[in-house]
Design a protein around this ligand. Structure first.
Ligand code: SAM
Length: 364
């Protein structure tokens, strides 16, 4: 099953929706703000600005609110730089991309409220439904491309069966300490293929010297089974296993399910960018947030609510609607127990990457 048919963040703008529960992504949007500001300054430096229009895409934007924070950062940075240079403000064209099953209605409602706040600026917003694992825009269109907490989603989970068709990752849903090495290898191969295709597609769409700002959930450790990379997936697998033991989920359903998500290391990210060859790396850094940081989540229930808001569509698809409330009640219980047992803080690692589109060499 391809991800594009089953991944969507919890819809609407109610209390448990992604729009109201994306506490971590909100924090990441504020941490990455200076990087976006600096990418805007680079566009002025390259003489791509001031220009008539600035074309920006946010890939995997969901239904808000973080894409609006990004739009605000971009408009304010350009305004400030144009003020400094005493030049005319460009028009802004924002392309908001996500998979077609995304909640574009909530996104468009949010974008019209946003535009009301910027009536003095010539600013246009367009939805761009489709998968970023392929072309989305015409050739040489984009000056700036941004994507936060989206590119770690794979186009599909790797096929994890042995030569007799038996599951390789029994009782688990991601790379785990008990997974055979072939599971890690298959995940890495899928990431390399998907991220390579992502870069190849963007390389066509970006204007030479245009900038890409990517923030992904990753890991610092070279060990893909480290706790920083499999914490939520281990606990969700435990919650699903409990449902199996109660006879509420068939064991084969768990054994045949793996999440289409890969938490890469900085070296793995760099390797794909270098091999693809269209972009130069200007920045590649990691930063981390503590899981349970009270400045982000009021309590453990809020952490569980956030996890539900981005995983529920997959659970619904694989295990059915009837078990969802019980499954997440169980997950919340396990999460509270595990966080209370921690002897050292559980880290959520992010990788931030700034790329410059290389100038295309004329064909020989
Ligand atoms: C965790 S949300 C992040 C949303 C937003 N960028 C933010 O910071 O709040 C990840 C988003 O990526 C989208 N996504 C996943 N795979 C995608 C793909 N292949 N093409 C486009 N969007 C994708 C999901 O639908 C989801 O809305």
């Amino acid at each position: 099953m391809e991800s594009k048919d089953m991944i969507f963040m919890k819809k609407g703008d109610g209390e448990s929706s992604y729009a109201q529960s994306s506490f971590l992504a909100q924090r990441i949007a504020s941490i990455s703000k200076p990087v976006v500001q600096s990418a805007i300054n680079s566009l002025f430096h390259e003489n791509l600005l001031p220009y008539k229009a600035l074309n920006v895409a946010d890939l995997g934007c969901s239904a808000g609110p973080n894409t609006f924070t990004l739009m605000e950062t971009i408009i304010e940075s350009v305004k400030s730089k144009c003020g400094e240079l005493n030049c005319q403000l460009p028009e802004f064209q924002f392309y908001l991309n996500d998979l077609p099953v995304n909640d574009f209605n909530t996104l468009f409602k949010g974008s019209s409220s946003f535009l009301e706040r910027y009536e003095d600026v010539s600013c246009f917003v367009m939805g761009a439904p489709g998968s970023f694992h392929g072309r989305l825009f015409p050739t040489d269109t984009l000056h700036l491309l941004h994507s936060s907490y989206s590119v770690h989603w794979l186009s599909k989970a790797p096929r994890l069966v042995d030569k007799d068709g038996l599951p390789l990752n029994k009782g688990k849903i991601y790379i785990s300490k008990t997974s055979p090495p072939s599971v890690k290898e298959a995940y890495l191969a899928q990431f390399q293929q998907d991220f390579g295709l992502f870069l190849r597609s963007r390389s066509q769409e970006m204007i030479p010297d245009g900038r890409v700002v990517l923030i992904v959930n990753g890991r610092q450790s070279s060990d893909a089974t480290s706790k920083e990379s499999n914490f939520n997936w281990e606990l969700l697998a435990e919650a699903i296993s409990h449902m199996v033991s109660l006879g509420l989920i068939a064991e084969e359903k768990l054994d045949s399910f793996n999440i289409p998500y890969y938490m890469a290391s900085p070296e793995e990210v760099k390797d794909v960018v270098d091999r693809e060859g269209s972009f130069a790396i200007e920045q590649l850094d990691t930063f981390y947030i503590e899981n349970g940081d009270r400045a982000i989540w009021d309590n453990e229930e809020k952490i569980a609510q956030s996890v539900r808001s981005f995983t529920e569509s997959m659970m619904l698809h694989q295990f059915g609607i009837e078990i969802l409330d019980k499954l997440y009640a169980n997950f919340t219980h396990i999460l509270i127990r595990d966080l209370a047992r921690q002897t050292e803080p559980n880290k959520i690692t992010s990788i931030i990457l700034v790329l410059r589109r290389n100038v295309r060499l004329p064909s020989p």
